[in-house]
Design a protein around this ligand. Structure first.
Ligand SMILES: [Zn+2]
Length: 167
């Protein structure tokens, strides 16, 4: 036996420590269709969607190279979506609101809503107005874009929220 007694192995599981260097920056390809949506939002502050050559339906979310209904190639016929619409439905949020996945407090106070855009497409986004006493279905709203070019690059999320408008 060597001099000294061997080190007694610790009881219980052994742990290793892993340190993640966050945030991690990475690039990923959006593909041509989703890339078109991201580019139009970032460069031109426009919402676009491809139109099916057969059924003429617009597929905004997600933009698809194949029509989910007709199963035909969508081609490259893009339509600009209107930035105004009518509140079809909204959700009242009660605080504190916790993210069920992350367990962290939700920081965005803007009510999620379904907005009927002026071309007849239902579009899910946020409302600027947080006072539920002022919110009503049927109210007219308009998209408000992130004005800082460097902060854009999130596709439809480059729209911060929809603002109530008087017409
Ligand atoms: Zn179609």
């Amino acid at each position: 036996m060597a001099k000294g007694s061997p080190t007694k192995k610790a009881e219980g599981p052994e742990y290793i420590r892993i340190v993640f260097d966050l945030p991690r920056h990475y690039d990923w390809s959006t593909g041509s269709y989703l890339g078109k949506v991201y580019a139009e939002a970032k460069e031109n502050k426009k919402m676009v969607a491809p139109r099916c050559p057969k059924c003429k339906k617009l597929w905004a979310r997600p933009p698809s190279p194949v029509c989910p209904k007709c199963k035909v190639d969508m081609g490259w016929d893009w339509v600009e979506l209107p930035l105004t619409g009518t509140i079809f439905q909204y959700t009242y949020q009660v605080y504190p609101l916790w993210d069920p996945h992350e367990g962290e407090r939700w920081s965005n106070p803007h009510p999620p809503a379904i907005i009927l855009l002026d071309n007849g497409i239902y579009f899910r986004h946020l409302l600027e107005e947080t006072d539920t006493k002022k919110l009503k279905e049927g109210m007219r709203v308009q998209a408000v874009w992130e004005e800082d070019y460097e902060k854009r690059g999130k596709g439809f999320q480059d729209i911060l929220y929809f603002r109530t408008i008087e017409e």
